[in-house]
Design a protein around this ligand. Structure first.
Ligand code: BTN
Length: 248
């Protein structure tokens, strides 16, 4: 299926463009750029991407029926879609909670999601995705980047790959966009869980509140999108995004 993709040679940020065009756009409109002058990452960082080498795009979603309390579903749809796309390229990826995509200990894709709420319903979301496709060298202080091309030794056409990736995400979105809480549909939840980076393995984590470093294993996520960590003595804690740091 051909998707509604608007390409820009240069733009400040595809997330910002999706925001500006929100009212006039249909559900699952895609805004993509060869280069962003102000590509935004999580926690106020910049997103580095060489011109025309990678996928930098945003998907505008207007589902109208997902409850605000179920907003983590959007991250699950997108991360599982990206994981399936990479699998079709022959790459086994993991989801680093909440929504980074990792290959081993290296980051191949970052996601910045902005939600809009209307009462207790999600009225829209802008999902910004930066996927390293052809870039071979990274200059920024991003700790551990990798690209598809570094892994496969091939070069990719960004427009063809974006069509393909959008298709993987759309297929899942189409199934879940009318999701309501309590539904028995849990296949996506399971695939997200099974794909978690470091699932069930003991590693070090820093608790940001007090700087304490714990040795723990990820046992899952809860309905509030918190990460559940279990320490060696069996005690468990659940943490919001800013409350815990992976030590890699
Ligand atoms: C992260 O820090 O891991 C999130 C990176 C998200 C980058 C993408 S690139 C396309 C979209 N537009 C932006 O300004 N940011 C996102």
């Amino acid at each position: 299926m051909a998707h509604n993709i608007k390409w820009f040679k240069t733009i400040d940020s595809t997330n910002s463009e999706a925001f500006r065009q929100f009212e006039a756009s249909d559900d699952f409109s895609v805004f993509a750029a060869e280069f962003q002058t102000n590509g935004r990452g999580q926690k106020g960082t910049n997103w580095e991407s060489e011109t025309g080498h990678n996928l930098t795009f945003s998907i505008l979603l207007k589902s109208n029926s997902i409850k605000a309390e179920d907003q983590f579903l959007i991250a699950q749809i997108v991360t599982v879609g990206i994981k399936r796309y990479l699998k079709h390229l022959g790459i086994e990826a993991k989801i680093k909670w909440p929504n980074d995509i990792y290959i081993g200990d290296k980051k191949i894709c970052g996601i910045l999601i902005e939600h809009f709420l209307s009462g207790d319903t999600l009225s829209g979301s802008i999902v910004g995705i930066g996927l390293n496709l052809n870039q071979k060298q990274f200059r920024s202080d991003a700790p551990n980047p990798v690209s598809v091309s570094i892994l496969t030794g091939k070069e990719y056409d960004i427009k063809e790959e974006l069509e393909s990736l959008a298709g993987f995400i759309y297929e899942i979105y189409y199934t879940y966009r009318n999701f309501s809480s309590g539904s028995t549909e849990d296949r996506l939840e399971r695939e997200y869980h099974e794909s978690l980076y470091r699932l069930d393995e003991f590693h070090k984590y820093e608790i940001t509140r007090d700087g304490r470093v714990i040795e723990a294993r990820i046992v899952g996520t809860d309905t509030n999108a918190c990460l559940i960590l279990e320490e060696e003595d069996g005690s468990r804690g659940s943490y919001h995004f800013k409350e815990v740091k992976y030590i890699i």
